[in-house]
Design a protein around this ligand. Structure first.
Ligand SMILES: Cc1ncc(COP(=O)(O)O)c(C=O)c1O
Length: 376
């Protein structure tokens, strides 16, 4: 891959963050829990997955206090306070499958806001208890929306709660540009840690971290290839909506933060394929995570085998293993959902266009266009 690069100094980073009004990277002693966010490690994932010398770098966002969404949780709240959209002490209300909930609980403690998190019965009991322990009010919807599924049901409930509490503010992670901007520091950390990055592999839910990290990395390497990882039965890249077991990645609504034009290719992954990869990673590399980590690692693994030698691949691991003890890492759960009977093929299926057919297993498409709903 040809490159036109310059080296990055700590002065570049400080000026970039100041120009974009983003927090400076955390220093050593922390006086506030927010200071523990960022500067996460990167880990080489090579053998035994790969022939000697081949592999990818995993950015371990599970090393944040909550997970990857500590970054947008803090940044969206700070930016809304600064603009006067969120008054001191006013309530924050948001829909979440968990990870942003942890980030907002952290932001609530940091900036002094009560937090209400709207979720659905799929949220793991561990997560519900953790969020409540962190002082958040957790509101669980009971019925999916007939068209938009659980996600739309959650959003409707948020609208209802906002109507009842006029002083409250909703970050709207699906459409808020601050969700994207929050990831500039992560991209800068990666640049300092790895230097030139040729390929970024990222799961897509709201679209925040893929768009935000790629945008900043491309200021250093305009030729960066962005590979999106989605769930089967997700509408994000133009497949029809269906029931989804995996949480975090994928969507049954149409998040405005997904930057379709930024992607070079997309891969859809099925839950059994993610489970197999999560478990292999945990056994072979210690660091693993949940559904999105398994799906991202499956794709990054394949790219490490098929891209030209010396291509530098960075993959974002949004969280760690603990939350998934009773799903991804539970034989009982996986047997009940028929996730243990097969392991992923060596290569993905290919489709020429996202709408060509409904995919049911790991499938790749190099023609990424905004689905019709996303045209604006
Ligand atoms: C565990 C996990 N992985 C991946 C994602 C997708 O990230 P994004 O919303 O930035 O696209 C999320 C989003 O909630 C998540 O919680």
């Amino acid at each position: 891959m040809s490159t036109a690069l310059r080296s990055v100094s700590s002065h570049d980073i400080t000026s970039f963050l100041a120009a974009h009004e983003l927090p400076q990277p955390a220093g050593a002693p922390r006086r506030s829990p927010a200071g523990m966010v960022g500067n996460t490690p990167v880990l080489w994932v090579g053998e035994p997955f790969h022939p000697v010398g081949r592999g990818f770098w995993a950015k371990l966002e599970g090393c944040n206090p909550g997970g990857i969404k500590d970054r947008p949780g803090l940044h969206m709240v700070a930016a809304a306070r600064k603009r006067g959209e969120l008054a001191p002490g006013a309530r924050v209300i948001e829909s979440t499958s968990g990870t942003l909930g942890l980030g907002l609980a952290l932001a609530g403690i940091t900036y002094g806001h009560p937090v209400t998190l709207v979720t659905d019965p799929g949220m793991e009991p561990l997560m519900v208890h953790q969020l409540r322990a962190l002082g958040a009010h957790v509101d669980v919807v009971t019925e999916p929306h007939p068209v938009g599924g659980w996600q739309e049901a959650r959003r409707q409930r948020v609208r209802e709660l906002l109507h009842r509490t006029p002083s409250a503010w909703c970050p709207d992670q699906y459409n808020n540009p601050d969700n994207v901007a929050a990831y500039a520091p992560l991209a800068l950390e990666l640049t300092v840690q790895l230097g030139r990055i040729d390929v970024l592999v990222a799961a897509v839910g709201t679209g925040g971290h893929s768009a935000g990290i790629a945008r900043t990395l491309r200021t250093f390497n305009p030729e960066l290839k962005l590979v999106g990882v989605d769930s089967i039965n997700s509408t994000v890249f133009g497949q029809p909506a269906g029931p989804r077991l995996m949480r975090g990645l994928g969507s049954s609504i149409h998040p405005g933060n997904v930057d379709h034009a930024a992607f070079d290719e997309v891969h859809w992954v099925a839950p059994g394929e993610a489970v197999w990869t999560c478990r292999q990673l945990a056994r072979g590399h210690y660091a693993s995570g949940g559904w999105s980590v398994g799906a991202v690692a499956l794709v990054a693994n394949w790219l490490a085998r098929t891209e030209p030698e010396h291509t530098r691949i960075a993959a974002v691991f949004p969280d760690g293993v603990h939350r998934y003890w009773n799903t991804v890492y539970s034989d009982e759960y996986c047997r009940a959902h028929d996730l243990l009977r097969s392991f992923p093929a060596t290569d993905p299926d290919e489709i020429a266009r996202p709408g060509e057919r409904t995919v049911e297993r790991w499938t790749r498409c190099t023609h990424v266009t905004p689905p019709r709903w996303a045209a604006r």
